[in-house]
Design a protein around this ligand. Structure first.
Ligand code: ZN
Length: 525
């Protein structure tokens, strides 16, 4: 059993906020404003800005980001922080004031330890690597990108050394995206998961394939937009505090709890892709909309980690959106929205089609079962790069070998292999694991929620989403960054992070879908 809402201790009767903490908060607020203003500019760049605006926008963004960074790492922040720490000593560690001081200290120390010349070199390397990656991918020319990636790896190692770590340099990089999680924990989780997952994928591949032709056809964009928006509105995304626009790569961005924006993209000939990207981003958006307004304009007004953030998007996309109950609820609406293409589509047809499993080359197109294997491969390679066990030049071959071992498919080009993701060209090493961590957490969260609320499918099929949203608000959303991901997960679910809930749910669901007796844990070892 996980703690129910009533078991959560109520906050102590409003503790007075020490003046020193208030002073820190006032100092940080305009820094958050600068960061948020930069987000608005980025959102505009990805949605409405004409291409001619690129150069001016790059200047505007870098100015805002530089101002925010300089103000944050300034000696004055350090002084105010030390004073606030002294004043907050003895406060309830879960209070807003104590949390603000604790999290600001973590951010401040981290940002101060990276020398500004390293930040500048990284930013130059990234702007060159981004361009090089784009053309290398278009030309399928890994050698053209390799020297840039070598520089990115070197700079990341330098950054990790500056920040410091206990076990290995990758820890310091991972910590930026998933505070509280160590490389060893991720590696252990992935190792165990892989042992179960690879034979599972093999067994599914041997079973008769699901027919998903119902998803192909003509799906007018306007109808897709209305259909997706009606559903996420019912699930709990608040359009009075948000909106959805179109961008090449869907994302969510927050300008405050009162203005959280989603983007999606449409494919006229395919039904699922826009809907599931809309559901995914709505999960991110509902998280941001659910953060306690008292935390606004502080560093606490964000998700606890990328993994926790992804757990919210995956929860809506997979636990809700890919359930049979979801299609029991929405198949009639889908037939009405797309009377030509879906005239004969029943709930079961749609449920089966959106859960077709097929090992494929591209991570972002992967199904729920094979997705985590794509992430593991990237984690292993980038950890090897940081350790020095893997040389950048070896990556294309290692990529093909691992794809073959894990998924049984091998890319015939590097564009469809090692060059497919943008992350490394942006300097981000340590980011990939959070995708899989979030997916695993989403199942753990669903299990705990079900223990509290009873049968979730029954609620979903009746469109009763309010209790589900309330549970997420209470246990996850409202806390913002007050707790690290492992702490938050433990509080929300009563248990430490583990892949067990996810594996079990996958085995049950896909065992039934593929009518296959899927391998049980340990069979493969
Ligand atoms: Zn996401």
């Amino acid at each position: 059993m996980s703690p129910s809402a009533s078991d959560v201790p109520s906050p102590p009767a409003t503790e007075p906020i020490p003046a020193e903490v208030e002073a820190l908060r006032e100092h940080l607020a305009p820094i958050q404003d600068l960061r948020t203003a930069a987000q608005v500019l980025s959102w505009d760049q990805e949605t409405y800005m004409p291409s001619g605006g690129a150069e001016a926008r790059a200047h505007q963004l870098s100015t805002l980001q530089r101002l925010a960074h300089e103000r944050f790492v300034a000696d004055e922040t350090g002084r105010l922080l030390s004073d606030a720490e002294a004043a907050a000593d003895g406060l309830d560690p879960e209070s807003d004031a104590a949390s603000l001081v604790r999290v600001t200290r973590r951010d401040f120390d981290r940002e101060r330890t990276v020398p500004s010349d390293l930040v500048a070199r990284m930013s130059q390397a990234v702007s060159r690597a981004k361009e090089a990656w784009k053309s290398a991918r278009a030309d399928d020319d890994f050698d053209a990108f390799a020297p840039h990636l070598e520089t990115i790896v070197e700079l990341n190692v330098e950054k990790a050394e500056a920040i410091g770590y206990k076990e290995e340099a990758y820890d310091a990089l991972l910590d930026e995206y998933e505070p509280g999680m160590t490389t060893a924990e991720v590696a252990d989780t992935f190792d165990r998961l892989r042992k179960d997952l690879v034979p599972l994928v093999d067994a599914i591949a041997d079973a008769p394939q699901i027919d998903d032709s119902v998803l192909q056809g003509s799906f007018p964009v306007e109808a897709q937009k209305a259909f997706g928006e009606d559903i996420i509105r019912e699930i709990g995304y608040d359009f009075d505090r948000g909106r959805q626009d179109v961008s090449a790569h869907p994302f969510t961005t927050s300008f405050g709890v009162g203005d959280v924006r989603l983007t999606t993209r449409f494919d006229e000939n395919h039904f699922g892709s826009s809907l599931y990207s809309t559901l995914h981003e709505a999960g991110h958006g509902m998280y941001e909309q659910g953060i306690d307004p008292d935390l606004e304009r502080t560093p606490l007004a964000e998700g606890a980690s990328l993994g926790i953030h992804e757990s919210q998007s995956r929860f809506v996309e997979n636990q809700i959106g890919r359930s049979r109950a979801f299609w029991e609820r929405y198949a009639p609406m889908a037939r009405e929205a797309f009377p030509d293409a879906l005239a004969d589509a029943g709930a079961d047809d749609l449920y089966r089609a959106v859960n077709r499993v097929e090992p494929s080359l591209i991570r972002v197109e992967a199904d729920e079962v094979t997705y985590n294997l794509h992430v593991m491969l990237r984690f292993e390679l980038e950890r090897g790069l940081v350790r020095g066990d893997v040389d950048v030049r070896e990556l294309p071959d290692l990529w093909r070998d691992k794809m073959d071992t894990y998924l049984g498919v091998v890319p015939d080009t590097d564009a469809n292999g090692v060059l497919q993701d943008v992350h490394w060209s942006l300097g981000a090493i340590g980011y990939f694991p959070t995708y899989a961590l979030g997916t695993l957490m989403s199942a753990q969260i669903a299990e705990a929620m079900e223990a509290d609320l009873g049968d979730l499918d029954a609620r979903v099929s009746r469109g009763e989403f309010q209790p589900i949203l309330d549970w997420l608000r209470t246990h996850i959303h409202r806390h913002g960054r007050k707790y690290t991901a492992p702490e938050l997960l433990k509080r929300a679910t009563g248990e430490a992070f583990s892949a067990d809930a996810w594996l079990q749910s996958i085995r049950e669901k896909y065992g039934a879908l593929y009518d296959a007796s899927l391998p049980q844990p340990g069979d493969a070892t």
